[in-house]
Design a protein around this ligand. Structure first.
Ligand SMILES: [Mg+2]
Length: 274
């Protein structure tokens, strides 16, 4: 067993580490354990809220930093890094680096952009608990955590043109992206920015580390651009999300966690953990 890892894993959750249908890591569980035994950080990088990711880390026994709400914030367990100088607040057992724009501002921009383009959308902030459960397939307890949004508003498009809406949101200096189930509006943050900041913190202490990123959808593109090796897993049905060609990107044959396992197994073998 190596004492110091020589790579970092950034991973999307829904549709990647977790199955899109039942939110379970299935065959990835023993591989997560193997990473833990080898002290290889597995950093969850998701559109999920901090509340959801904290609950999931407990279930899966993960103790690494994480990135929530599509790069809105980085949560560092207390004491994980000496004096970063860039954390903005403390919450429970975490120090937080905030990158995103407060949710109230995002909701206001979304409202204005839809009025201007004539699109009809419904943001998670306007949905009942029941609607969120129906749309996501989450149980009530989990949906409550999913609704604790701080830096990213997921929404559905009821009618109208998504491209026109995206142009309008962009012209206001904000970002619209698409995850597995929802569109999202964000301001000033994306997964890539957060991945770069956190990789930097790790490299300060350890020199060069290979950063790997795993995802399934368009909102993973900024993360793929910020890592050395990127892996795109298949969606249910065996299709890959439509992403542009990237020189560091490998398309893995395997849906969600099945593809995740293949990618990580090959990396572990390649880097001497086999
Ligand atoms: Mg995903």
């Amino acid at each position: 067993m190596k004492t110091r890892p020589n790579f970092l894993i950034f991973t999307d959750l829904d549709g990647t580490l977790l199955s899109e249908t039942d939110y379970d890591p299935g065959p990835a569980r023993p591989v997560l354990e193997r990473c833990r035994q080898n002290s290889i950080p597995v950093i969850f990088c998701s559109s999920k809220t901090a509340a959801e990711i904290i609950a999931l880390r407990e279930t899966l026994g993960n103790a690494d930093p994480f990135i929530c709400e599509n790069g809105g914030a980085i949560y560092l367990p207390l004491g994980a890094f000496p004096e970063t100088g860039i954390t903005t607040r403390r919450e429970g057992d975490y120090e937080i680096i905030e990158i995103g724009t407060p949710i109230s501002r995002l909701r206001e921009v979304l409202r204005r952009a839809t009025a201007k383009t004539g699109a009809d959308v419904k943001g998670m902030g306007e949905m009942s608990l029941e609607e969120v459960c129906d749309l996501t397939g989450l149980k009530e307890k989990e949906a409550i955590l999913a609704m604790k949004r701080q830096y990213d508003e997921p929404f559905i498009l009821i009618s109208g043109n998504s491209e026109a809406l995206e142009r309008e949101i962009k012209s206001q200096g904000f970002t619209m992206t698409r995850g597995g189930r929802f569109f999202h509006i964000l301001g000033g943050s994306d997964k890539g920015k957060a991945v770069r900041i956190l990789s930097e913190l790790y490299r300060k202490g350890a020199g060069h580390l290979l950063a790997a990123g795993l995802g399934d959808a368009e909102n993973d593109l900024p993360m793929f651009r910020a890592v050395d090796r990127a892996f795109l897993v298949q969606k249910p049905g065996g299709q890959w999300g439509s992403l542009p060609h990237l020189p560091n990107l490998t398309r893995i044959e395997g849906v969600g966690p099945e593809g995740w396992v293949k990618a990580i197994d090959s990396l572990l073998n390649e880097t001497g953990y086999g």
